[in-house]
Design a protein. Structure first.
Length: 139
């Protein structure tokens, strides 16, 4: 059987880090993930996907990720059954993350010591390379 999921999206709100009674770290977060296609109104729809992390991954995510940051998550999909406050049986689907990754620039992720922005690759190179002039090449 195969149960693998990879997502990339933005953190919806600051992660919540808790400890189980036995002292194991557990962190929950929600990712906003845009769909690859547009809806009838010609806009992309967004899915809000719950993520659960355990132990070191939980501590890492809670320490370094904040609301609005882009991140990638790798893990598996699990369902969890519960009874709501009205006594109705419910099922929650969550991604159990085994790995989390930074996405975006250092400025976007709040990295210290970084003062520049993303390079704009659409701007032309100030000194274009003249492919016809190879007089300075040693071969």
């Amino acid at each position: 059987m195969l149960n693998k999921i990879d997502l990339m999206g933005r953190v919806v709100r600051d992660p919540e880090l808790r400890q189980t009674q036995s002292g194991v770290s557990v962190c929950t977060a929600t990712l906003a993930v845009e769909r690859d296609f547009t809806g009838a109104d010609n806009k992309r729809e967004t899915d809000f996907i719950d993520i659960v992390m355990w132990r070191g991954t939980a501590d890492f995510f809670a320490k370094y990720f904040r609301k609005g940051q882009m991140c990638a998550v790798s893990g598996n999909l699990q369902s969890r059954k519960y009874t709501d406050k009205n006594g109705n049986n419910r099922v929650a689907w969550e991604v159990q993350a085994s790995n989390v990754y930074f996405c975006g620039s250092k400025a976007e992720s709040g990295g210290e010591g970084y003062s520049g922005g993303e390079p704009d690759y659409r701007k032309p190179d100030p000194k274009p390379v003249d492919e016809e002039d190879d007089g300075d090449l040693p071969f």
